[in-house]
Design a protein around this ligand. Structure first.
Ligand code: ZN
Length: 671
């Protein structure tokens, strides 16, 4: 879903509030910021309609949904639907004799059959029915339910109005659904949670012959009923979250072409557009195939390759990534890319609950930037990242959405979209391109997550597995923490007796609330008279200092020159730091190196300090602590014997750590 869609919500509810019946489309392009959006939202409609769901809602966990089939007859004039919902589910407990579903209370239920036997049901609370089965059903047994119902759908649970009867700007009828986050139950009985995907689904739509009716998957058949109506039968054979099941209907013009993927598989790309808009949109619609190419190369094969991709034009101001058929109101390049990216991030792997919505929205937002990077180059990409970060800095609260009772919280643009995307950008900075894209691909293809659901922890685990790094600090502070680091850095150097230069870099972070400060690896670029030297400083103390011996005189020191980190940074005048007040800690190269039985690590302390000297393996795992005590100022020589720690041949790192100094050097053990 895009920012534009969110703006639509505001508009939609203003419409409701003022009981305004005019055309929507003229006024939708509001350029208000997210802050304005929030402050303007004086109607507490969202809070009411979402039943104050502040935490996970997993529906009835005694059943596992396998299949939804919606056979709907839709009367546009009367705003009325008659439906038969077929739901197949598997029993997950030892046995059950009843279970509940989420379903809009105002629908009239004509009857419910389970495995073709009529059964009793009752409403247990608003928008929830309990179904009493004719007997006990045992673990893994299949229940097949037919629910016959009719009425006017509700419009409160979906961000774009759940099920909307509207008119196009030229006055033609249009119907669309937009169920995310809590609106699927407004038009069909379901387990209203992204956590339980159906293995497949079908949507049959019967309506006036003027409608071209669109849904997920492949069009199996169009039946002319010879009574002025047609039935469109759509079949989706991939796992699908309930909120991604959709309908879009109008007098569409159909524009179809093919996308050929790397294996020369053919994917039909089908656009359903208001006839009068087609010529205006064609240029941007034609970008879809290029986007499919870029995303397939970056993220793997289009996840629904056996079916289709396309757009169905709707009257809301934004997009919604319905599986295989995005509903779209604004045909802008970035929105087209964003919704397409969701087919991988959101539809193939879906956030398990709305707390983890950044796995959908942050990822689709960042993937859009990757499209721009591939197509238009680094400069455009960097500009987009800079504006994304400007918004991300305004985020209030954690990326993990604590309160999922309102769309405003779940789809907060600055936090869920911009900061979510910034988190991925920072992860890319830490992992490097190769490991970052490998992480995304493993995430999308993990047998537990692909075509299923995921949490932040699932993603973290994969990033850690791929990189061999412990990333707990990163996800803790960036997903569960708030704010961003505000750095002050300074640097100085002096000439050593050997003619080389000892460069000191000091970093302080202004206090944050949670975390108190951010742990991050920071790239530092030092320009010298003879070229450039790069260092990565692992900044894990609020006020910290590093020293490096470099061959040439430092001229300039740049902090995070490639803008990987969401941050503010100020440079303090280095002239204020004199040689005298800079503590001259020094860690020397071990000798011998490479080494076998033993090696000597030497260092210098300028004053009494609590000192740790630790050894790490190549994956950053601590393997030995050689010193952990207070030491007086002076020179120290510490012997390191690898056999005590049963270390095998390879590269190791040793770090000298005090309260405000840390330096790491590499050594090689050859056995
Ligand atoms: Zn989105």
């Amino acid at each position: 879903m895009t920012k534009k869609t969110i703006k639509f919500i505001l508009f939609f509810y203003i419409l409701l509030f003022y009981n305004y019946h005019g055309q929507h489309n003229d006024s939708l392009h509001m350029n208000n910021t997210e802050a304005n959006y929030c402050s303007k939202l004086k109607i507490n409609q969202f809070e009411k309609t979402f039943n104050l769901l502040k935490t996970n809602y997993y529906g009835d966990t005694t059943i596992d949904i396998k299949y939804y089939k919606l056979n709907l007859s839709i009367d546009y004039e009367k705003k009325y639907i008659r439906g038969i919902a077929t739901i197949n589910a598997k029993v997950k407990k030892n046995f059950i004799d009843n279970f509940y579903l989420d379903f809009y209370s105002e629908f009239n239920i004509d009857s419910i059959l389970s495995n073709n036997i009529k059964c009793n049901y009752s409403q247990i609370s608003t928008n929830k029915i309990i179904i009493y089965l004719n007997r006990k059903y045992f673990s893994s047994e299949k229940i097949s339910l037919n629910i016959y119902y009719q009425g006017t759908p509700n419009n409160s649970g979906g961000i774009g109005g759940s099920f909307v009867f509207s008119k196009t700007p030229t006055g033609n009828p249009v119907i669309w659904t937009l169920s995310q986050p809590y609106g699927a139950k407004d038009w069909f009985p379901c387990k209203d949670t992204p956590s339980d995907k159906a293995d497949s689904s079908e949507v049959w739509i019967t309506a006036d012959s003027l409608f071209v009716s669109v849904s997920n998957g492949k069009l199996v058949e169009i039946v002319n009923n010879k009574n002025g109506t047609k039935t469109y039968k759509w079949k989706n054979s991939y796992p699908i979250a309930n909120y991604l099941i959709s309908i879009a209907m109008s007098n569409y013009f159909i524009y179809e072409n093919n996308f050929y993927n790397q294996d020369k598989k053919i994917l039909p790309v089908i656009h359903f557009i208001y006839p009068e808009n087609f010529q205006n949109y064609k240029t941007n619609l034609d970008l879809t195939n290029e986007m499919l190419k870029i995303f397939s190369e970056k993220f793997g094969e289009y996840p629904f390759i056996k079916e289709k991709y396309g757009h169905a034009e709707c009257g809301f101001s934004g997009g919604m990534e319905h599986q295989t058929c995005t509903s779209l109101g604004v045909f802008r390049e970035d929105i087209i890319a964003h919704e397409l990216a969701h087919q991988w991030f959101g539809n193939k792997v879906t956030c398990m609950d709305w707390h983890h919505i950044w796995l959908n929205e942050g990822f689709a937002t960042y993937a859009t930037n990757i499209y721009y990077e591939e197509k238009y180059g680094k400069k455009i990409f960097n500009d987009r990242i800079a504006s994304m970060m400007d918004l991300a800095k305004k985020a209030i609260g954690s990326v993990y959405v604590n309160d999922i009772s309102t769309a405003r919280e779940i789809f907060n643009y600055n936090r869920t979209y911009s900061k979510g995307a910034a988190v991925l950008h920072m992860l890319r900075g830490i992992l490097g391109d190769e490991l970052f894209f490998k992480t995304l691909n493993e995430y999308l293809n993990d047998p537990k997550l692909a075509y299923s659901t995921a949490t932040t922890e699932d993603f973290q685990q994969i990033a850690e597995k791929v990189s061999g790094m412990d990333l707990k600090y990163f996800f803790d502070e960036w997903i569960y923490g708030e704010g961003y680091p505000k750095y002050i850095y300074s640097w100085n150097y002096y000439t050593k007796e050997n003619g080389k230069y000892l460069l000191t870099i000091a970093i302080t972070q202004k206090p944050n609330t949670n975390p108190k400060f951010f742990t991050m690896p920071i790239k530092i670029k030092v320009s010298t008279s003879s070229g450039v030297v790069n260092f990565i400083l692992f900044n894990n103390i609020q006020t910290q200092q590093w020293q490096f011996e470099i061959d040439d005189k430092p001229i300039n020191v740049e902090f995070d020159p490639d803008n990987w980190i969401l941050k503010d940074v100020e440079k303090e005048n280095y002239t204020s730091i004199s040689k005298e007040i800079v503590p001259q800690f020094e860690l020397l190269q071990n000798y011998p190196n490479p080494f076998n039985n033993n090696t000597i690590i030497s260092y210098h302390l300028p004053y009494e300090s609590k000192i740790k000297l630790k050894i790490y393996d190549i994956l950053g795992r601590e393997v030995a602590t050689l010193v952990d005590t207070f030491q007086k100022s002076g020179h120290y020589h510490i012997e390191f014997k690898p056999e005590i720690y049963r270390l095998t041949s390879g590269t190791y790192y040793y770090s000298l750590i005090s309260d405000n100094f840390i330096e790491t050097k590499k050594m090689i053990l050859l056995k």
